[in-house]
Design a protein around this ligand. Structure first.
Ligand SMILES: Nc1nc2c(c(=O)[nH]1)N[C@@H](CN(C=O)c1ccc(C(=O)N[C@@H](CCC(=O)O)C(=O)O)cc1)CN2
Ligand SMILES: NCC(=O)N[C@@H]1O[C@H](COP(=O)([O-])[O-])[C@@H](O)[C@H]1O
Length: 207
């Protein structure tokens, strides 16, 4: 595993599909003088605000739309090729709304972090905040995990709890989760880039 301890900052590629506020937090923190990583590109499945944010930051961006490929496998292979071309050490899925397939994980398994707006294994999938509200939980939160072939089943790296307020809507709760999510994601990415994530099966230890 490459780490900035070897000298050069780690190369990070962002995956995002939406507003890109989490991606922006990673971009903003990468500007720090002692930051152990630098963002080298952003790849998306759709033209979205996250792509615009990366373009505004002068980054390389690529959009790989499922509709432009005959099937999911072809899309996954095209995504893999695009990300490979950016020569990442780490990949960060920050609001990326597609399931990464066999080709991608065959190339990058162990080096893909995802941030999820719930305390996994509760409420996996594309609608975690809505599902947590509907269930009536009083505490939810966010999880940063390594990505595996399952949906939000990869080893948990870090979590942070967020109280659900009685008058919360999906939007108000999600915005409060994102506040802590942004900080957690940057902290974990910095640790990963410094080679401080130690994976033993499903257990992840930070040194
Ligand atoms: N192999 C994996 N890929 C991805 C994971 C993962 O855990 N394993 N996490 C996602 C991010 N994510 C939750 O954090 C997530 C995103 C999207 C979906 C989903 O069901 N997507 C649908 C399409 C949704 C849409 O069209 O907007 C789908 O892919 O069919 C589930 C979980 C990143 N990738
Ligand atoms: N299941 C995946 C998922 O729901 N991801 C979530 O999308 C949001 C992206 O916010 P942003 O577009 O403002 O960065 C984040 O809350 C992230 O956890």
């Amino acid at each position: 595993m490459v780490s900035a301890e070897s000298g050069a900052p780690c190369r990070v590629v962002l995956l995002a599909s939406g507003a890109g506020t989490l991606a922006q937090s990673v971009l903003d923190s990468a500007g720090g003088s002692d930051c152990p990583y630098r963002v080298v590109g952003l790849v998306s499945d759709r033209h979205c605000e996250a792509v615009s944010r990366a373009e505004d930051a002068g980054l390389s961006t690529i959009v790989i739309r499922p509709a432009d490929h005959p099937d999911r496998s072809a899309w996954d292979s095209a995504l893999t090729e695009a990300v490979c071309g950016m020569r990442p050490d780490w990949i960060v899925s920050a609001g990326f709304m597609r399931i990464l397939g066999e080709a991608f994980l065959g190339e990058f398994a162990g080096r893909v972090l995802n941030t999820h707006p719930a305390l996994l294994p509760s409420f996996p999938g594309a609608h975690a905040v809505r599902d947590a509200l509907a269930y009536g939980v009083m505490v939810t939160g966010c999880t940063v995990h390594l990505v595996d072939a399952g949906v939000d089943t990869g080893p948990v790296v870090a979590q942070c709890a967020v109280d659900v307020l009685s008058d919360d809507t999906e939007s108000s709760l999600h915005e409060r989760i994102k506040i802590v999510e942004r900080e957690l994601l940057v902290d974990i990415l910095e640790a990963a880039a410094r080679g401080r994530l130690h994976i033993e099966g499903r257990k992840v230890h930070l040194s």
